[in-house]
Design a protein around this ligand. Structure first.
Ligand code: SAM
Length: 216
């Protein structure tokens, strides 16, 4: 069982937490707000709480298989914080499926927290969502550290290929970027997908190898 399933805590350090809430409060107010990967909803509660009551709405994308009764747990966590689960648009789905639906509806976002699966192919899919981020909007990536190579490689590639995303700040493993101009082409293209495919297997082998060595 994941620790957060019983503690209901956010999976972030205090410094990450502070930067996240600052950028959330500075982001434009006229678009949707998104969290990809919510665990027990600890960070979601903090984000909703940091918003004025009339703006307390979030879209959450998560397959809700992180631990048993994950969705019920998130709703309980919200209620325990005097927050209404009805203000959250839960999309119980993987990021790729939810992205296709959101794109078809031409949704526009002003804030995104990307904190889903750490595998390079999943992170690359999550990065597709930035296509729906409005100019001036903010995207935060969690777990951007060299040790989590799937997140690290995908996010570094994204940053190096998109100068229209400026660095706001970084705290521990949280990276906050602002979109300063529209991208001429979709942020994630076929070359990014091939890059992720190429790295997928070596990173899986490396991860298993490290696990074996740790256990030995
Ligand atoms: C690291 S936890 C999120 C932590 C949370 N943001 C917090 O700060 O407390 C990762 C989450 O990603 C979700 N997840 C796993 N695969 C996913 C996918 N393909 N699409 C969206 N979310 C996914 C898991 O169910 C889990 O809830």
């Amino acid at each position: 069982m994941r620790r957060c399933a019983t503690t209901l805590e956010a999976e972030m350090t205090p410094a990450e937490h502070q930067l996240l809430l600052e950028t959330l409060q500075q982001a434009p107010t006229d678009g949707l707000r998104l969290e990809i990967g919510t665990a027990a909803g600890g960070t979601l509660c903090a984000m909703l709480d940091a918003l004025p009551v009339e703006q307390r709405r979030f879209v959450v994308v998560d397959p809700m298989k992180y631990f048993p009764q994950q969705l019920d747990t998130v709703c309980k966590n919200l209620r325990d914080h005097d927050l209404d689960p009805g203000t959250v648009d839960f999309r119980v789905s993987t990021s790729d499926v939810a992205f296709e639906d959101a794109s078809a509806r031409q949704e526009a976002y002003s804030f995104m927290l990307i904190d889903g699966c750490h595998k390079i192919r999943s992170v690359t899919i999550d990065l597709k969502w930035t296509r729906l981020l409005a100019v001036g909007g903010v995207v935060c990536f969690h777990d951007v550290v060299p040790e989590l190579r799937g997140v690290w490689l995908a996010v570094q590639r994204f940053v190096s290929r998109h100068p229209n995303y400026e660095l706001i700040a970084q705290a521990d493993s949280l990276l906050a970027l602002r979109k300063t101009a529209e991208s001429a082409t979709p942020e994630i293209d076929t070359s990014d997908e091939w890059y992720a495919r190429m790295w997928y297997l070596p990173l899986q082998v490396e991860r298993k190898w490290k696990k074996l060595h740790k256990a030995a």
